[in-house]
Design a protein around this ligand. Structure first.
Ligand code: FES
Length: 152
C-alpha cells in the first residue's frame, strides 16, 4: 500500500505517494525522472547514488524515501544556478575529474560536502572523506585536484 510523502527536491515542493520499500534513489530516478543520480551497486558500496538530504550527504540507494518526509533533497541537477555551473562542477571540468562520467554526479555531491564540512584540509583528508566514492577509471588524483582548487 502506498503512503503519502512530501519532499522538497532541488528547491521544489513535491507531493507523492510511494511504496514504503521504495528507496530514495529509485524515487528520484523513476518517480521524479532525475536520472543524474546513478545506480552503481545499489547496496552502499560505490557512492554513485550520493545526494544531499538537508545538506548532509547520503547514499540514496540505502535509504527508504519515506524516511525523508518534509526534508530537502539536493541532487546533481540542483547544483547549478541556471546556466551557471556550481564551482565544484567547474573545477571537475577544469581538472578532468572524470573519464566515463558514470560516478561523477556522486563524486561531485560528495566533493561539495567535503569542502562544506571542512574535510578538505589536506590530500589525505580529502581521500579519506571521498573513499566511499569509487571511480573505475581511476580519476582520483584529478578529483582531489578539483576539490583542492575549490577549497582555495
Ligand atoms: Fe548506492 Fe552504489 S548505488 S552506493
Amino acid at each position: 500500500e502506498k503512503v503519502p510523502l512530501n519532499l522538497k527536491v532541488n528547491g521544489q515542493k513535491v507531493k507523492l505517494s510511494v511504496e514504503p520499500r521504495t528507496t530514495l534513489l529509485d524515487l528520484l530516478r523513476e518517480n521524479l525522472h532525475l536520472t543524474g543520480t546513478k545506480k552503481g551497486c545499489d547496496y552502499g558500496q560505490c557512492g554513485a547514488c550520493t545526494v544531499h538530504v538537508d545538506g548532509q550527504r547520503v547514499n540514496s540507494c540505502l535509504s527508504f524515501a519515506v524516511m525523508h518526509e518534509g526534508k530537502e533533497i539536493t541532487t546533481i541537477e540542483g547544483l547549478a544556478e541556471g546556466d551557471k555551473l556550481h564551482p565544484m562542477q567547474e573545477a571537475f571540468v577544469k581538472h578532468d575529474g572524470f573519464q566515463c562520467g558514470y560516478c561523477t554526479p556522486g563524486q561531485i555531491m560528495s566533493a561539495v560536502a567535503c569542502v562544506r564540512e571542512g574535510h578538505a584540509g589536506s590530500e589525505s583528508e580529502i581521500r579519506e572523506f571521498m573513499s566511499g566514492n569509487i571511480c573505475r577509471c581511476g580519476a582520483y588524483s584529478n578529483i582531489v585536484a578539483a576539490i583542492q582548487d575549490v577549497k582555495k
